[in-house]
Ligand binder design. Structure first.
Ligand SMILES: [Zn+2]
Length: 211
């Protein structure tokens, strides 16, 4: 992991109070906002272990409603979703972290996101966050959600997301409401894990922990 010095933004870590701010809608898509979104994508790409798949405005100290994320349906994303359909027991969180890392490569910018409806069905994900390094946890998220948002041109989209993209969207919208995944784990009485390093084969190792 390295952070480029050419970027004017950096990722804020918990317990920084700026991560608890509820953002306000973007009123105008300005060249400055587009520049920020570009930098956020670049910054997210500097994280590869664990790989960054999304970054919300609050995570770089900004107070408007936008995030960048990999929400594409590339082959790697489809593969990740297939893996996702198999329940992996909580004793093997490393495999689930790998699934997160296998997610597709294309980033998109999402402005003023809204979750309109959610499926009753939920799924437990092994979740991490660039603002909460080395801590992972089990979070139940809706399998499918109907969302709306603006793209960088200001065009409004309404879409149904399923699986990994739905999961990431929910994590990022939580950020924009000042909610970290660790709060979800606590609410749901899920388990926390600490990343403890890699074994000889390079597989990530985790230890259950309490927060
Ligand atoms: Zn996060």
């Amino acid at each position: 992991m390295h952070t480029s010095t050419s970027l004017s933004i950096k990722v804020i870590h918990a317990p920084d109070a700026r991560l608890r701010i509820k953002t306000k809608p973007v009123r105008k898509i300005t060249p400055a906002l587009l520049q920020t979104l570009k930098e956020m994508i670049k910054l997210t790409q500097t994280f590869n272990d664990p790989e960054g798949v999304g970054l919300a405005a609050t995570q770089v100290g900004l107070e408007e409603s936008f995030f960048v994320a990999r929400l594409d349906s590339s082959s790697s994303a489809r593969r990740a979703r297939l893996h996702g359909s198999k329940q992996i027991p909580p004793s093997k969180p490393g495999q689930r972290k790998k699934r997160w890392q296998e997610y597709g490569k294309e980033f998109m910018a999402v402005i003023n996101p809204k979750i309109i409806t959610t499926s009753k069905a939920t799924k437990t994900y092994f979740e991490g966050c660039l603002s909460v390094p080395t801590i992972w946890g089990e979070v139940k998220r809706h399998i499918s959600i109907k969302v709306s948002y603006l793209d960088i041109t200001g065009q409004n989209f309404t879409k149904t997301l399923k699986g990994i993209p739905a999961w990431i969207f929910q994590h990022e919208v939580d950020h924009l409401n000042g909610i970290l995944f660790t709060q979800r784990v606590l609410q749901q009485k899920g388990k926390f894990y600490k990343f403890t390093g890699k074994d000889k084969t390079g597989t990530d190792m985790f230890e259950e922990m309490t927060l």
